[in-house]
Structure formats: C-alpha cells, structure tokens
Design a protein around this ligand. Sequence first.
Ligand code: GDP
Length: 231
Amino acid sequence: MDHSISELRARSKDFTKGIRKMNFNQVEFVTSAANLKACPDDSLAEVAFAGRSNAGKSSAINTITGHNRLARISKTPGRTQLINFFALSEGRHLVDLPGYGFAKVPLKVKDKWQRELEQYLRQREALVGLILLSDIRHPLKEFDRMMIDWAVQSDLPLHILLTKSDKLKRGAAQNTLLAVQKEVAALDNVTLQLFSSLKNVGVDEARTKLSDWLASPDMIDEAGDTNNLTT
Ligand code: GDP
C-alpha cells in the first residue's frame, strides 16, 4: 500500500546519514523482468534509471559503474523492453528501466509497458530513488514530466541527470541547469545535476547521490569506518 511504502522510503532515508561512497565497480547482471511480478525478491535497496531512448542511460550506467559494456545487456534484442537488474555488493540493485520512445513499437505495446512501469514505480518496496536521464539539449519532455509526477506522488526521491552536457558550451549548460532547477524548485525531493559520460562530468556527484540512497548503517563498522566503500 502507498502508505507503508512511504514509511519504508522515509525510513530508508534515515539509514543513510554519514555514509560516503559505495563501490560501484563490483556489479553484475542479475536478471530481466517483464513486469513487477517477475522482478527478483525485494532486496535491501535499489535505484532505478529511467529516460527516453537515446538519452544516454546505458552510457551513464556504464560510466558510473566503470564497466564499458554492462548496460549493453539491456540493449540486446529481447531485453530492450524489460526491467534489467544489476547487483551491487550487499543486496543493492541498480535497475535499468526500458527506454521510452522506441519508434517501432505499436501503441498497444507502449501502453502496456507504461502500465508495468507505473506498477513497478508505485509498488516496488526496495525502490529508494529514481535517476531520470534527460538530454540537456531538450530537457523535460513529456515522458520526463510523467516520471517526475509519479515520483512526487509516490514520495520517491528523484535525481535528474542532464546528460551529454559536453554538447553545450559551459555557460549554456549552466543556464539550462538553472532553468530546469527553477522548474522543479517547488517539488520536494527533486534534485539535478549536469552529466557527461563522454567527458566524465558529474560522475562523482551522481555516485554520491546513489550512495546516499543505497548505503545503510550495516556498511559502517564499529570504529565508524565504512566497509565496502571507496574513499
Ligand atoms: P540510451 O538509449 O539512453 O541507453 O542511450 P545511449 O547511452 O546508448 O546513448 C545514445 C547515444 O548518445 C550514443 O550514440 C552515445 O554515444 C551518445 N552519448 C551518450 N552519452 C553521451 C555523452 O555524455 N556525450 C555525448 N556527446 N554523447 C553521448
């Protein structure tokens, strides 16, 4: 139910104080799911990546995890419309949601996919945050706005990566960042940043956000040092 999910999500936020960074290099493909029922059992925590096709989602997942070909799995025929799960250490998942806007898919399939996605976002208990990837040259299209609405309605923190920031000059990229920031300023728990896989812009910032969401006190040993974490 929505209420208990809000509580879980609020609790998971309390988990995360004082955490530095998880090790994102230890990651492996787990499985693909066609719908919520087929997803693996809820693990401790997971963060889902969403974006229109071609937004740079696969590149971002690869860059963040330091694995050149990891998210290519999500692009193999038969898997493009599935929810793909990658395991980090300690029961945390990164989840690659199907890219939206694939031109050749019939409307009926798109509707079905949209329903599955909404179900996953609303009901998946392990979900602690959503990364939304939006091309900086045309940010916040209809799909992006729908995702933001769902996240806000579901009490789910959402972090926007304005991708391919290298495609704009520095000043223009900053202006777009500020303009989008203004648009989402009134929304709780919506944050954003510049990101470029090509030029390694914002990678640490994105990893920090993921760590804030995913890490928990069992990753801090008694001396107060972090286990399994990079410095
Ligand atoms: P996805 O469909 O959202 O998974 O997008 P991809 O990661 O496959 O990227 C789509 C296209 O954008 C590819 O041609 C990538 O090479 C390109 N791309 C992805 N990230 C960047 C980036 O940071 N900078 C630039 N210039 N191109 C990028």
